[in-house]
Design a protein around this ligand. Structure first.
Ligand SMILES: NC(=O)c1ccc[n+]([C@@H]2O[C@H](COP(=O)([O-])OP(=O)(O)OC[C@H]3O[C@@H](n4cnc5c(N)ncnc54)[C@H](O)[C@@H]3O)[C@@H](O)[C@H]2O)c1
Length: 303
């Protein structure tokens, strides 16, 4: 059995959308939650402390335990403060759920430097920064003999794993998060830390602004709360998974195979252009992939 009882968990971007659901679900199942949220708009502009604070009030009113933090995950000192908030409030830290995110979609030709930098900062640097300060604490705890199950749950996207038009910045950051998860799983298992990643699709302000998706998202199964049980399972003490990326959308959960070599050609000698051209003709021009977005589009167009 897995357990969330008294697990101290940070949820970044926990004030709205999927992160808010994680925070509520975790608290309902006995976790002590740090709800972090900058509270800006979906393009990353502005800030509003009430986003995090209102979720904390909701948790406390329901009999749970939570504190807020309103630092930006892009700020290195802020990331450290998010981790310290957990340790100061609850005396330990068991898990980090890196979920904060923004969008600045543009085609490559019209994407600005700021669009690229800010999206990469929130997703990729933010995930790195909070995990880094948590890992420093976990390494020290492990060295002092405290071996407890700890966990990182990162948030990637189908856009990062399969690519998506108009999302050079977001897709690159999300692919980086999946890669970072695998590295962190490899590096941190020596300190009893597991790292896994999800690629969700759910009804939030992000997807409601995506052309063609908003109608499908109205289905109950795309409720953002439907993502939180998987994330909570990956966060819980006793979860056996490490270094994996999961798709979670519309009631389905899948485990990704990652980049893997589908077919190979080779030579025993040095390659020549002619030999290479001959061998490359034996490879398929592309390899079929099983993508959650393709499944959603297929279901939407056939219903
Ligand atoms: N909704 C989907 O279908 C979907 C699909 C793939 C991936 N995701 C990912 O799931 C995560 C949650 O997205 P969502 O759909 O709930 O969006 P959302 O906009 O509803 O929530 C994102 C939250 O992150 C917070 N945030 C943004 N920048 C921050 C910063 N610098 N520091 C702290 N908090 C910050 C926002 O204030 C907001 O509350 C994101 O990482 C997103 O990329 C969502």
């Amino acid at each position: 059995m897995v357990s969330l009882e008294n697990r101290v968990v940070i949820v970044t971007g926990g004030g709205r959308g999927i992160g808010r659901e994680h925070a509520l679900y975790l608290a309902k199942h006995g976790a002590l939650v740090v709800v972090n949220d900058l509270g800006g708009s979906s393009d990353g502009s502005g800030s509003d402390k009430s986003a995090a604070e209102e979720v904390v009030s909701e948790i406390v009113a329901a009999g749970g335990t939570a504190v807020s933090n309103t630092d930006s995950v892009t700020d290195f000192k802020g990331a450290k403060a998010i981790v310290e908030t957990a340790i100061d409030a609850f005396g330990d830290l068991h898990a980090v759920i890196n979920n904060a995110g923004i969008l600045r979609d543009h085609m490559l030709v019209s994407m600005t430097e700021e669009d690229f930098d800010l999206v990469v900062a929130v997703h990729l640097k933010g995930t790195f920064a909070v995990s880094k300060f948590a890992a420093e604490y976990w390494r020290d705890q492990h060295k002092s003999g405290k071996t407890v199950d700890r966990a990182i749950v990162n948030t990637s996207s189908a856009a990062g794993l399969h690519g998506n038009v108009g999302q050079t910045n977001y897709s690159a950051a999300k692919a980086g998060i999946a890669a970072m998860t695998i590295v962190h799983a490899q590096e941190l298992s020596r300190y009893s830390v597991r790292a896994n990643c999800i690629a969700p699709i759910a009804r939030t302000r992000m997807t409601l602004q995506t052309p063609g998706l908003s109608d499908v998202m109205e289905k109950a199964v795309f409720d953002p709360g439907n993502i939180s049980p998987l994330v909570s399972y990956l966060t819980a003490d006793g979860c056996p998974f490490n270094g994996q990326v999961f798709s979670v959308y519309g009631g389905s959960v899948g485990i990704y195979q990652g980049w893997s070599i589908a077919e190979e050609v080779g030579t025993d000698n040095s390659w020549t252009m002619d030999k290479f051209a001959e061998e490359m003709d034996k490879l398929p021009r592309s390899v079929k992939v099983n993508s959650q977005m393709a499944a959603i589009v297929k279901a939407a167009t056939s219903s």
